[in-house]
Design a protein around this ligand. Structure first.
Ligand SMILES: Nc1nc2c(ncn2[C@@H]2O[C@H](COP(=O)(O)OP(=O)(O)OP(=O)(O)O)[C@@H](O)[C@H]2O)c(=O)[nH]1
Ligand SMILES: [Mg+2]
Length: 326
């Protein structure tokens, strides 16, 4: 097991509840329901939201209570014109505002779309600033639809690489995968809505793991250590009508399986999941999920899980696989 990151000591707020900042950067980050729809979720009181952009018009549209306009001298509030170096310089121009925005938080989660100028250029700068202030980070990067062209995809991949150098873990969300799932005839707006809904589910699921209302949860220090180590993460939302259905979908989950040489890397993989279940869900059902995953995947699997009871008869699992390099 990789324990490089377990020595980090984190300061928590006095009452023990972590202060989390969810920052959307650029048009995608700000427009994404990850930042917008979070306002309607119960987890909101634990998470502050901020929007960062070079584009004043986009910034005016967001509901985020904290809005930081970056690079006003360089861009005059008109956006970075798909040029990452402009996004980067804008963030550098506004270093002080970004430092003030993140001061005092125990975790900063960034959401940005790769491929444009602001998200691609400014996100790595913000992550660096967090690193300098010793604030743990998670980066969610949206990878463009295939129809947006190679250039955007290459830029997004550069962003992913740069996030991996500074963020505790980097999670990639593929717009293209959603397009496959929805079919080619899906309307662009519907595809974006679906992508945004998915991002929101993932982030809400992640935060539910440390939600004090959950029946079972993991503590914040544990949460951070499972999501540190500069890993490359993937997340998924899995739903089923029955307990057996959820077990089956979980153990068939492609990112957990893989060919034997990947299975051997499980020692370097943290899996965290949060389960929503009807109130008939028992502790032994809960234990059963963990046992099944260990049995089918690896004894050494580093698994953290939590569960919440909800008023529906069905089951939902939000799952993160954080694969550490090396
Ligand atoms: N899922 C989702 N993806 C989006 C959304 N808006 C943009 N994207 C994706 O994010 C990528 C980057 O676009 P933007 O975020 O608009 O770019 P930006 O960071 O604002 O950069 P500039 O406008 O050039 O300053 C796009 O290529 C899309 O793939 C959205 O609302 N939802
Ligand atoms: Mg923009």
């Amino acid at each position: 097991m990789n324990t490089n990151h377990s020595e980090v000591v984190f300061d928590l707020a006095e009452d023990g509840a972590p202060n989390i900042l969810l920052v959307g950067i650029g048009g995608c980050g700000c427009g994404c329901s990850a930042v917008e729809v979070m306002a309607q979720t119960a987890i909101l009181d634990k998470v502050k939201q901020a929007a960062v952009n070079t584009d004043q018009r986009e910034l005016n549209l967001t509901q985020a209570p904290v809005q930081v306009s970056i690079g006003e001298v360089l861009t005059r509030g008109l956006g970075a014109g798909s040029m990452p170096h402009v996004g980067e310089q804008s963030a550098r121009e506004s270093t002080e505002a970004l430092q003030n925005m993140i001061a005092g938080f125990d975790l900063v989660i960034t959401v940005s779309g790769g491929g444009g100028g602001t998200g691609t250029g400014a996100t790595p700068v913000l992550l660096e600033i967090c690193e300098q202030q010793n604030i743990p980070t998670l980066a969610f990067v949206v990878r463009p639809f295939a129809f947006e062209g190679r250039r955007r995809i290459i830029l997004a991949d550069t962003l992913i690489e740069r996030c991996r150098q500074s963020a505790g873990a980097t999670f990639v969300l593929e717009n293209a995968k959603l397009q496959q799932a929805l079919g080619d005839n899906v309307k662009l707006n519907d595809a974006l809505d679906a992508a945004n809904h998915y991002i929101n589910e993932l982030i809400t699921g992640l935060l539910a793991l440390i939600d004090s209302e959950a029946v079972a949860r993991i503590d914040f220090a544990h949460f951070l250590s499972a999501l540190a180590g500069r890993g490359m993460g993937h997340g998924a939302v899995i739903e089923a009508d029955s307990y057996d259905g959820i077990l089956e979908k979980l153990t068939d989950f492609p990112l957990l399986q893989g060919p034997p040489h990947i299975r051997r890397m499980q020692d370097n993989t943290h899996v965290i999941l949060h389960i929503w279940a009807p109130d008939s869900f028992t502790l032994s059902d809960y234990a059963g999920i963990s046992e099944e995953l260990h049995e089918r995947l690896s004894d050494n699997l580093d698994l953290s899980s939590g569960f919440s009871v909800w008023g529906k008869p069905s089951f939902k699992v939000v799952l993160f696989v954080n694969r550490l390099s090396g």
